[in-house]
Design a protein around this ligand. Structure first.
Ligand code: FAD
Length: 469
């Protein structure tokens, strides 16, 4: 009887335990990619990008005489139907850790097991299973540094090579066509602009890692803070769809460390930030939707508002904020320093709820990750674990002077005021809806809120809440 490999955020053939286990059964393997309600409800950019990644995996499978079967519908029902069509007795997949997927996977596992199917999940999306790290008193970690100290010397999982052969069944079951799902439909507007910035598929992801380790990790400590240069790995886009596994990245980072490359330890630490985000989400799933600290429920955040819309449009008149928001429009990602600045500006200077910003990132980021995005927003807002204290308000102008000294970042993304703006700065105007009526020849807008005024308003509200508590 064939084995079903349920493909999810593990679009890779190497470093994939679920796939290796499927192949080791010796039976034919049927790789299946589902468009279930969870995939269907993703934001425009991640949904589109997920489809591109699935197509790349399909191509890689076809090179090995296999292929991807596409099916649409509720996960349990669809898998049940496939089990009965194919006579499969086994369904394997790589584990997920965010609450929506966990709930779905539990239902799938128990449903299939009730039918007598060997339904099993494997580790691989993370280095560290969230329940395997405990503090001295038996709880979970709420602060990053002790978490890092607790895990850094662990034996991490070794990446396994891709199987040489993926045995195919005599007859393939019916498959939908990926284009019929129209995953890219929501991205029609910006897709052509964003596409050249992507690195899709396992080979591209490994290429990215290789180039980063060979040329950039040495200077990573310094360069990673400068948004105008390519100083980071850009692997978040691939890690989120599992086009590369964290174990592969960890191993490459460890080798670089052993070779004495200076920035390698910082890179390893960043990989563990991703683990930490999932550790938190696993133990406190409300991190994704609610203030992690309940005392913030009483803070007078504003709901969505006109200033927030100006923020989304990259028209606040604050250059670092606008450059970063436009970077996301044009490239589908945003430099980490930009993320910190725009999140701080929205939640403090504009006193708008972090959920408003999170929702926009959910829709726009090709590297969208449920845990890292929520943790990042709650960190910036001050409502999360291990968060920046609310009274520490980033000044985006000072930050820009410090981290964009040669102005290459702002010039790259803000066209206004430049006689011949660079391509990315112009691309923003091609990406946004025409109805906004904007042109690169417009004057650059004045600040919608003077920075000192916005800062004072936020701090006054914070103080008033503290006094009332
Ligand atoms: P590198 O600097 O090369 O780091 C290597 C890897 O480490 C990254 O690919 C990522 O997997 C991990 N990493 C690095 N920094 C962080 C961090 N702060 N938190 C968690 N993991 C980290 N990251 C996402 O992957 N998806 C998101 O949706 C996301 N949303 C964010 C929202 C906000 C408000 C903030 C402040 C941060 C967010 N981050 C998110 C974290 C971080 O900005 C990105 O992971 C990073 O910019 C990705 O670039 P890179 O791959 O070049 O990172």
């Amino acid at each position: 009887a064939p084995v079903i490999w349920w493909v999810r955020r593990d679009l890779r053939l190497s470093d994939n335990r679920a796939l290796v286990a499927a192949v080791e059964t010796g039976a034919p393997v049927i790789p299946v990619f589902l468009c279930d309600p969870i995939l269907d409800s993703l934001g425009a950019a991640p949904k589109w990008r997920f489809g591109l990644g699935a197509a790349a995996l399909d191509a890689a499978l076809r090179d090995r005489g296999s292929r991807l079967i596409y099916r649409k519908g509720d996960a349990l029902e669809t898998l049940r139907a496939l089990v009965s069509e194919t006579g499969a007795e086994t369904v394997y997949w790589s584990r997920a850790y965010d609450p929506d997927q966990v709930a779905r996977d539990k239902a799938v596992k128990s449903g299939l097991q009730d039918d007598g199917v060997d339904a099993r999940s494997f580790t691989g999306h993370l280095l560290i299973e969230p329940w395997t790290v405990e503090t001295g008193s038996g709880g979970f970690y709420k602060v990053y540094t002790p978490f890092w100290k607790a895990v850094r010397d662990r034996a991490m999982p070794e990446p396994q090579p891709a199987p040489d052969r993926i045995p195919a069944p005599d007859n393939w079951p019916e498959s939908d066509r990926l284009d019929y799902w129209a995953l890219g439909a929501a991205m029609n507007r910006g897709a052509a602009i964003v596409a050249p910035h992507l690195a899709i598929g396992e080979d591209a992801a490994r290429g990215r890692l290789g180039a980063f380790i060979a040329h950039r990790v040495g200077d990573y400590d310094r360069a990673r803070d400068i948004p105008g240069i390519e100083g980071t790995s850009r692997l978040s886009e691939n890690l989120t769809y599992g086009e590369i596994g964290p174990a592969t990245c960890w191993q490459a980072g460890q080798r670089a460390l052993a070779e004495g490359k200076a920035g390698a330890e910082t890179f390893l630490k960043e990989l563990v930030w991703r683990e930490f985000a999932y550790h938190l989400v696993w133990h406190t799933p409300h991190l994704i939707e609610k203030n992690w600290r309940a005392e913030w429920d009483h803070f007078p955040w504003r709901d969505d508002n006109a200033d927030a819309e100006t923020w989304r449009r990259g028209r606040t008149g604050i250059r670092f904020v606008d450059a970063a928001m436009r970077e996301m429009y044009v490239t589908g990602t945003m430099h980490n320093r930009g993320r910190m600045i725009v999140a701080s500006y929205l939640t403090k200077h504009l006193m708008t709820h972090w959920r408003v910003g999170q929702a926009w990132f959910d829709d726009c980021l090709v590297d969208w990750d449920p845990a890292s995005n929520a943790m990042g927003w709650q960190w910036a807002a001050g409502s999360g674990p291990d968060a920046a204290p609310y009274f520490r308000v980033f000044n985006p102008d000072t930050q820009l002077d410090k981290f964009d000294r040669d102005q290459s970042y702002q010039r790259r993304f803000i066209a206004e005021g430049q006689g011949t703006p660079p391509e990315d700065a112009r691309a923003y105007f091609d990406a946004i809806p025409r109805s906004w009526g904007l042109s690169p020849d417009d004057a650059y807008p004045d600040p919608i809120v003077p920075l000192d005024e916005g800062r004072k308003r936020a701090l006054d509200a914070y103080q008033a809440r503290k006094d009332a508590a």
